[in-house]
Design a protein around this ligand. Structure first.
Ligand code: ADP
Ligand code: ADP
Length: 579
């Protein structure tokens, strides 16, 4: 038995110290001045995440974006040139034209132009996205989220020593953001020789709580809950909601002396097995000597043929092969399932003969529970998690939508909109009306009726409606909106699934006969030009969600037709009526 009670037991086997690229004090001041005169390169959010983890030693022993020799060996052998295991290429892509000729010292800035680091470029080399994808990700299928992203990266990789001046500055969850050195120190204070780390990019449910608690028991040590808050799979739940969940769980359901929650600003690759190995290596640098790998770790879903990109236990296999060398013991789990009769979770492989199991998938969570406003069952998730998720995904009848009226002047848009507003208020929905005539007195004041001005008017209304809808309000827009492409732009601004186009299909003769505002008469007399229907076109919709006839129907009936449609879509729900 070696001594596991001192902190060196946690320090990785390649020699201990973590890479630290941060420059401090006088040297830092000097560099800031120098950087102002250097050619500048803007780096992507992904590269910024990588740079932060390089700077703080999370990728130790790697201390820079990879040069060609490291890159090739990592691709083909999962090792750096010095022999250390490293499964994922960490590279800095730049556009071919981004390098100023002759300059090999450059300043790196983030997307908002904050100074991050100074780099001495020692090499620049071209790379092939297809080859990298095929080897590092085992696929070139564009359904893989990184494959499609890689095609947008710069065509050259650059490498060289880095001096980091500023780490990215965060304003959210500041107390949970820690460097590897800080995490090691806190784990050290907890005083357990063994530390098991848990990776996640999803909300934590009871199954994850079970998994982590059992893992900590298995290794007889402490638990590092280490969620990724950098970049995850597109479409994942945003990290703000997730971290609120993690925090609530860590505070209410874990032993404070044994579990540590800390955030990891990692940009995931969704590379399955190789990613799992990389995750283990990173956690070793944060002080863990055990790592949980469950089913389909860091899996990106299915390819364009509907087949999973990686086998469900491929990641476990790869991590197991290298765990001794890495100094991280894998804590494997097969899928956990819930046995309602026994009210407990068991590994699927250990389910007793004929026992009934239940499960709820991520899609079911969203569609069958959250969208319908049903609370998630207690066996599945804690009350705190359920509440945060339902704030995030309110039921459809609390989500925003836009009713977009289009039709000739005098067709009846404003009249129906007014009635619709009252009916929606009766349903308890907060409503904003953006009426063309009214908007032209403030938001679009000064705009005329040229094609350009009409488009500007519609896009302004669309923008405001989009904001209202995003905040779960109801926007009712009533403007002639004569051009099809512009209405489609508005649809895009708001989101097609929340945009209800209502064509008020009143014939020109009827509008002209009604002539409530006397405008047709003036247009006919030539006192008004560019008047829709007279000397400016009206392009009627071809795919409107609703078409209304105002000739044989009352305004009230028209408004009720829209309400019936909204009810059927679930946007309004009469709580007083039967379910
Ligand atoms: P990712 O693996 O992409 O980070 P998750 O956050 O869903 O995605 O998973 C975190 C870890 O928990 C992974 O090791 C995963 O395999 C494991 N895991 C998730 N759900 C289960 C489950 N139901 N049973 C066993 N392991 C699970
Ligand atoms: P828009 O807003 O489309 O320019 P308005 O709503 O200002 O049109 O004017 C429409 C006129 O048509 C009103 O005078 C309204 O009373 C009349 N009208 C008659 N039948 C209907 C109907 N079914 N729907 C809407 N308006 C109608």
């Amino acid at each position: 038995m070696h001594h596991q009670d001192d902190s060196t037991a946690l320090i990785p086997p390649y020699g201990g110290a973590l890479v630290d690229l941060l420059v401090k004090g006088e040297e830092r001041r000097r560099l800031i001045n120098e950087a102002a005169r250097l050619p500048s390169i803007r780096i992507s959010t992904r590269s910024l995440c990588d740079l932060e983890l390089l700077a703080t030693g999370a990728f130790s022993p790697l201390d820079r974006f990879m040069g060609q020799r490291d890159y090739e060996r990592v691709l083909h052998e999962m090792r750096l040139t010095n022999g250390a295991i490293f499964p994922i290429p960490i590279t800095l892509p730049i556009d071919a034209g981004a390098l100023v000729a002759g300059s090999n010292r450059v300043a790196l800035h983030d997307a908002r132009n904050n100074l991050i680091a100074v780099m001495d470029i020692e090499e620049a080399f071209t790379w092939d996205a297809q080859i990298e994808a095929r080897i590092a990700l085992s696929t070139t299928d564009a359904r893989h989220p990184l494959v499609s992203e890689m095609s947008t990266w710069g065509k050259q990789y650059i490498s060289g020593p880095l001096q980091v001046i500023n780490l990215p500055h965060y304003h959210d969850f500041v107390d949970l953001r820690r460097t590897p050195a800080q995490v090691r120190q806190l784990l050290d204070v907890m005083g357990f020789a063994n530390v098991v780390a848990f990776q996640t990019r999803n909300p934590m449910h009871r199954v994850h709580e079970e998994l982590t608690r059992r893992a900590a028991d298995r290794v007889g040590g402490s638990l590092l809950i280490h969620p990724v808050v950098g970049m995850t799979r597109p479409g994942d739940i945003d990290h703000y909601s997730r971290v609120r969940i993690y925090r609530a769980l860590a505070e209410n359901y874990y032993d404070q002396h044994r579990a540590l929650l800390s955030l990891l600003p990692l940009a995931m690759r969704m590379a399955g097995p190789r990613e799992a190995l990389w995750h283990a290596l990173i956690r070793r640098n944060y002080g863990a000597n055990h790592f949980i790998v469950g089913r389909d770790h860091a899996g990106p879903g299915v390819d364009s043929a509907g087949k999973p990109f990686y086998g469900p236990y491929d990641a476990q296999e790869l991590v197991a092969q290298h765990s001794a060398e890495l100094g991280v013991t894998m804590v494997p789990f097969t899928e956990l399932v819930y046995l309602p009769e026994r009210q407990e979770y068991v590994e699927a492989s250990q389910t007793p003969e004929g026992a009934r199991t239940v499960a709820i998938s991520g899609t079911q969570v969203r569609e069958e529970y959250l969208a319908r406003g049903r609370p998630l069952p207690e066996w599945f998730t804690r009350r705190e998690t359920s509440e945060i998720l339902s704030q995030m995904y309110p039921p459809r009848h609390q989500q925003g939508f836009c009713v977009w009226f289009t039709g000739l002047s005098g067709a009846g848009k404003s009249t129906i909109a007014e009635i619709l507003t009252v009916l929606l208020l009766e349903y308890g929905r907060q409503t904003t009306v953006l009426d063309g005539d009214v908007v032209r007195t403030h938001l679009s004041k000064g705009l005329g009726f040229s094609r350009e001005d009409r488009d500007a008017n519609i896009l302004r209304i669309g923008f405001v409606a989009g904001e209202i809808v995003r905040h779960n309000g109801v926007a009712i827009c009533a403007a002639i909106s004569p051009y099809r492409v512009t209405r489609n732009e508005a649809r895009k601004l708001i989101g097609s699934d929340r945009f209800i186009e209502v064509f008020v299909d009143t014939p020109l003769e009827v509008c002209e006969q009604r002539d409530t505002k006397g405008l047709y008469a003036r247009a006919r007399r030539g006192e008004l030009s560019n008047f829709t229907g007279i000397d400016d076109p009206y392009e009627h919709p071809i795919d409107a969600e609703i078409t209304l006839n105002t000739v044989d129907t009352t305004p009230e009936a028209c408004a009720r037709t829209i309400i019936a449609y909204l009810e059927q879509r679930g946007f309004v729900w009469d709580k007083l009526g039967a379910e």
